[in-house]
Design a protein around this ligand. Sequence first.
Ligand SMILES: CC(=O)CC(=O)SCCNC(=O)CCNC(=O)[C@H](O)C(C)(C)COP(=O)(O)OP(=O)(O)OC[C@H]1O[C@@H](n2cnc3c(N)ncnc32)[C@H](O)[C@@H]1OP(=O)(O)O
Ligand SMILES: NC(=O)C1=CN([C@@H]2O[C@H](COP(=O)(O)OP(=O)(O)OC[C@H]3O[C@@H](n4cnc5c(N)ncnc54)[C@H](OP(=O)(O)O)[C@@H]3O)[C@@H](O)[C@H]2O)C=CC1
Length: 283
Amino acid sequence: MLIQKIMVIGAGQMGSGIAQVAAQAGFQVIMQDIKDEHLSRGFKGIEKNLARYVEKGRISEEEKEQILARIQLTTELTLASEADFIIEAVTENMEIKTQIFQELDRIAKPEVILASNTSSLPITEIAAVTSRPGQVIGMHFMNPVSVMPLVEVIRGLATTDEVYQSVENLAKTLKKTPVEVNDFPGFISNRVLLPMINEAIYTVYEGVATPEAVDKVMKLGMNHPMGPLELADFIGLDTCLSIMEILHDGLGDSKYRPCPLLRKYVKAGWLGRKTGRGFYVYE
Ligand SMILES: CC(=O)CC(=O)SCCNC(=O)CCNC(=O)[C@H](O)C(C)(C)COP(=O)(O)OP(=O)(O)OC[C@H]1O[C@@H](n2cnc3c(N)ncnc32)[C@H](O)[C@@H]1OP(=O)(O)O
Ligand SMILES: NC(=O)C1=CN([C@@H]2O[C@H](COP(=O)(O)OP(=O)(O)OC[C@H]3O[C@@H](n4cnc5c(N)ncnc54)[C@H](OP(=O)(O)O)[C@@H]3O)[C@@H](O)[C@H]2O)C=CC1
């Protein structure tokens, strides 16, 4: 099917990033969220990124305006009936995602692929609530979407080869590098990354060192661009906790138990950069 219009569900840090790269690649984009203020915050983020590209001479002011004009904002999920491809990027919660997939399955054209940007939830389980499991797939972008080249493409148990191929092609059209992954908790990226972040939180919890010291060791000693606690704040501590819970439940090994300090911060509403406080405090 020829893809002209892409719908992105969720206008948070990931949804808005995906909407940006899709509009930059020339697609018409519908960005949907439940709240108007999330839509305007997401759109402002896109405007800011594009303004920087204009300043750096990568695109013209006119191109910036054309990209922005391709993005339609809505709180109505029913606009899914107009889309040729749908990617969901809402909160990392199975109940919310399955409810959305059930509705999308009802509203979207029968031939449309339904992708999820989930960090770790089983694609097979999301697919099973729809009447088109062969057309459900994981398309996992990295944060920040406009900068990071990787997209993990996750095959659910029923995902067809044709659907996989379309999504791999779409990732390339969006100027990303796809990597094929089978459906297991955390896929590759978060099965490897999140236990490191969780262990970094344990070192703070057990009084081994301060967050600043842990991050300094990983940046100066291992050449990581961000320390693990800085990165946890950037990802969102609620998302980090959800991923650790999925690894713990899904793989059944105690080595994946989420650090109690991570739980405590999430309960306190200290979710990292997006709420102004996590392991660090943000202006
Ligand atoms: C949880 C999951 O499911 C999966 C995940 O996504 S895990 C998270 C994966 N991401 C990472 O690991 C990111 C690790 N951090 C980094 O790579 C870097 O710190 C970074 C790219 C974010 C910033 O790079 P930096 O060199 O420290 O800073 P800086 O020079 O300011 O930025 C480099 C570029 O990124 C852009 N950038 C930085 N933060 C950005 C953001 N939040 N949004 C958009 N663009 C951003 C900058 O504008 C700059 O762009 P130009 O080169 O066009 O000027
Ligand atoms: N953060 C990261 O580094 C990465 C995250 N991901 C994944 O991407 C997804 C989104 O994460 P992220 O962007 O960080 O999260 P955010 O919290 O920034 O954004 C999620 C957005 O979805 C909205 N939302 C919640 N329920 C619905 C709904 N029913 N319909 C429409 N919108 C809804 C939220 O609104 P409200 O706040 O009101 O609930 C919020 O605006 C998650 O699955 C996450 O695991 C993938 C790669 C990296």
